[in-house]
Design a protein around this ligand. Structure first.
Ligand code: NAD
Length: 348
């Protein structure tokens, strides 16, 4: 039977992407909804065939413990709420799939990992791009040596956010501005595609003068990550620029790019290499795939087969450590050294 999910927080991502993806999953299904807005939840419950008694609010959330239809809780709340809802969900005996960024502090990430470990439940962070076939193909090309030893990664992820009242612009709920929300995609892709961990970071942040959206959080962030062997990643992310999403990885034998990158669909992959002494550029086509469905089904297979997810809590913790170093570098104007993670951050 398919694995049942409780979706917590019925905002834009949950309603627009996650519920529709769950409905087309092979190994996963919607079993419960948790929302502060009962009318909205009941309407979605009718639409997706969820029983009325499986609709909860944030206070009755802990009663998921006695709902046998729910095996996994998918947390789609504002960033700073991820930690408490993960800890409560683990105590209710459920596996946790948590949206990115994992949390808003290293301490909260560690608390989430510890709670899931002691409850003996799985914890996966929803890094959808790591389940997206083109992103995976690039990571494999790198592993197979198609580009030679990596020299540089360049990426940008920007969008023009509009509502200054939204939680994304409140430090306490979001943890930061463009960096944890969209710059994180560049950071995570640099690590995932290279298979390496940065040793040092240098960064700067920017605001837009007198713009109320950036009273509490940065509009823009630039960061340079230094990896072993001279490989570098240069990333830019901005909340006050027109939509722009791209990445390129370069080595002595070729480059590969996604442009657009990071989007829900419509990604385009191009590969350049030397062939018979000529530079060739090839578009590589992929059949369309729902990366949210692939991500969710991965979690379900891990539950069915008792495996560690490919993007466990340790992967979210490592990004949070690096993001805190990015802010420290921006504040001090100096490069910040990074120690290696204590163990592997990714499962198979
Ligand atoms: P959203 O604002 O549309 O939805 C958040 C939901 O949380 C809303 O329904 C809101 O009512 C509810 N909520 C509960 N308590 C709240 C509080 N105190 N303040 C504000 N809202 C509260 O946000 P979203 O875009 O759906 O983002 C939700 C999470 O998903 C975030 O962690 C975000 O980073 C992540 N996200 C991931 C992707 C992705 O591609 N993986 C894309 C978008 C968002």
């Amino acid at each position: 039977d398919r694995i049942g999910y409780a979706v917590v927080g019925l905002g834009r991502l949950a309603v627009g992407e996650i519920l529709p993806a769950l409905a087309e999953c092979k190994f996963s299904k919607i079993a419960a909804l948790v929302s502060g807005d009962r009318d909205k939840a009941l309407k979605l419950a009718r639409q997706y065939g969820v029983k009325t008694e499986s609709v909860y609010d944030y206070a009755s959330y802990d009663r998921l413990a006695s709902n046998p239809d729910v095996k996994v809780i998918y947390i789609v709340l504002p960033n700073s709420m991820h930690a408490d809802f993960t800890v409560r969900g683990a105590r209710a005996g459920k596996h946790i799939l948590c949206e990115k960024p994992m949390a808003t502090s290293v301490a909260d990430c560690e608390r989430m990992i510890a709670a899931c470990r002691s409850a003996n439940v799985k914890l996966m962070i929803a890094y959808r791009s790591q389940y997206e076939p083109m992103d995976r193909a690039i990571a494999k090309m790198v592993r197979d040596g198609a580009l030679g030893p990596l020299r540089e990664f360049v990426a940008g992820n920007s969008q023009n956010t509009v509502d200054p009242q939204h939680w994304r612009h409140k430090k306490a709920l979001a943890g930061g501005g463009a960096l944890p929300d969209i710059g994180l995609y560049c950071l995570n892709a640099a690590r995932f595609m290279s298979g390496a961990e940065p040793e040092e970071v240098f960064a700067t942040t920017s605001r837009v003068p007198n713009d109320p959206r950036y009273a509490e959080v940065e509009a823009g962030v630039h960061f340079i990550l230094r990896f072993p062997g001279g490989f570098t990643a240069t990333c830019v992310s901005n909340y006050a620029s027109h939509d722009s999403r791209f990445l390129r990885l370069q080595g002595p034998n070729g480059w590969v790019e996604l442009n657009p990158a990071f989007a829900y669909n419509g990604l385009k992959l191009r590969h350049s290499r030397l062939q018979d002494k000529h530079n060739t550029v090839t578009d590589i086509e992929f059949p369309p795939a729902n990366q949210f469905a692939l991500e969710i089904d991965h979690m379900s297979l891990c539950v069915m087969q008792d495996r560690t997810p490919h993007t466990p809590g340790e992967e979210g913790l490592q990004d949070q450590r690096i993001m805190e170093a990015i802010y420290r570098s921006a504040e001090t104007g100096r490069a910040v050294r990074l120690s290696p993670p204590p163990g592997p951050t990714r499962g198979p």
